[in-house]
Design a protein around this ligand. Structure first.
Ligand SMILES: Nc1nc2c(ncn2[C@@H]2O[C@H](COP(=O)(O)OP(=O)(O)OP(=O)(O)O)[C@@H](O)[C@H]2O)c(=O)[nH]1
Length: 362
């Protein structure tokens, strides 16, 4: 599609792929809460069966971790703030991991329990935050296992080195897995956006098509009615267009449609929607415009079409005009009725001589 043709088509910026991002968010939420369910059970079980063996520091850390993730789950269901909940949960589990290494857990087996941390952090927080939190835990492990003694338990040399090696591998593999998952998700999102834009674009003129209006624009209006309603519909139709095709050929007819679309783009404000509804029929939607304003704008446009050369054949200008029917939409459910009204007005404009604007207001 020519860039020039679409230069002013800011309707394309209205197209989004929220559904793709919502399904990724759903994946993140499902991962987090399934893992949380397991974590609550395991932490509860460990605490109940080992409270007499664990050091008080570890028992308190496990209890606080369990209470916090239960509170976070409740908070998520009340507010839907997934990112905040994921971050708080992983920070609390981070502190629990430090307490585990520091105290050694039951019979100094704490190190085994740390392996899950990078896997869960990358899956729930993504590459950047996963890198920060898991990387920081790796550094803390290094400090606690090989650094100065702050009262932490002593692990054997072989145990420490094997743990560091395997924990680093889990960290690196989790990072690689999440990085490429993120990259492929981005490509899928870009492909989906391109396909969606393509599906909503009229191939000949580069204007929006009818599907854009009924599938996408309607949703925008129902989500933000105050930004759009009331709006006016202009139904535009080129006069005697068939004779252009018959006299100058189909390619010339196509050129006229493209030039007419460029006129629509340049004449109407960038927040209005201009769509080709089929053949030589176009719809312009003017947000927050009453029928009186729309009728005035439509008349200006009709005049400028009549005064513009849309087609020049053998250095001769071919005169073209358009007829326009106008109607107002006060609520979205009225759209189809208003479109029929605009269609009746357009028919009247054609019947009464063409190169006219007829509005449902008159
Ligand atoms: N070149 C070209 N012609 C098209 C296209 N789509 C529809 N048409 C032609 O548009 C013409 C529409 O003709 P009519 O519906 O009779 O309307 P009209 O000649 O404009 O007459 P009035 O609307 O009554 O003024 C037909 O000849 C279609 O073949 C297109 O994409 N390209």
């Amino acid at each position: 599609m020519e860039e020039e043709k679409l230069a002013k088509s800011n309707w394309r910026n209205l197209i989004n792929i929220d559904s793709v991002y919502n399904s990724d968010r759903q994946r993140q939420a499902l991962s987090l809460f399934t893992m949380i369910a397991f974590a609550i059970l395991i932490l509860g079980f460990l605490l109940l069966s080992n409270y007499d063996v664990y050091s008080p520091i570890l028992s308190v850390a496990l209890l606080v971790a369990n209470m916090t993730i239960i509170a976070c789950t409740v908070y998520f269901f009340k507010t839907g703030k997934l990112e905040v909940v994921s971050l708080i949960t992983m920070l609390i589990i981070f502190i629990m991991c430090i307490a585990l290494i520091y105290t050694g857990g039951k019979e100094n087996t704490a190190l085994y329990w740390l392996m899950f941390y990078p896997v869960v952090t990358f899956a729930t927080l993504g590459v950047k935050l996963g890198l920060w939190l898991s990387g920081f835990l790796l550094v803390c492990c290094l400090g606690l296992l090989y650094g100065p003694n702050f009262g932490q338990v002593d692990y054997g040399f072989v145990e420490k080195s094997r743990f560091m090696a395997s924990f680093s591998l889990v960290f690196i593999f989790s990072l690689i897995g999440e990085f490429f998952r993120y990259k492929s998700h981005q490509s899928i999102a870009e492909i989906t956006l391109a396909q969606k834009k393509d599906a909503y674009t009229d191939q000949l003129t580069g204007a929006a098509n009818r599907r854009f209006v009924t599938s996408h624009f309607f949703k925008l209006v129902s989500d933000n009615p105050d930004n759009y309603l009331p709006f006016s519909i202009l139904l535009l139709d080129l006069d005697h267009f068939k004779s252009i095709n018959d006299n100058y050929g189909h390619d010339c007819g196509d050129t006229v449609l493209i030039e007419f679309t460029k006129m629509l783009e340049s004449h109407f404000s960038s927040d209005s929607i201009k769509a080709r509804y089929g053949g030589e029929e176009f719809v312009v939607i003017l947000p927050k415009a009453t029928i009186q304003i729309a009728e005035h704008i439509a008349n200006n446009f009709r005049e400028s079409v009549a005064n513009t050369t849309l087609l020049n054949v053998d250095s001769k200008n071919v005169a073209l005009t358009c007829s326009i029917g106008v109607a107002q939409v006060n609520k979205l459910s009225d759209y189809n009725d208003a479109l029929k009204q605009a269609d009746r007005c357009l028919y009247k404009a054609k019947e009464t001589g063409r190169n006219k604007v007829v509005s449902a207001f008159m």
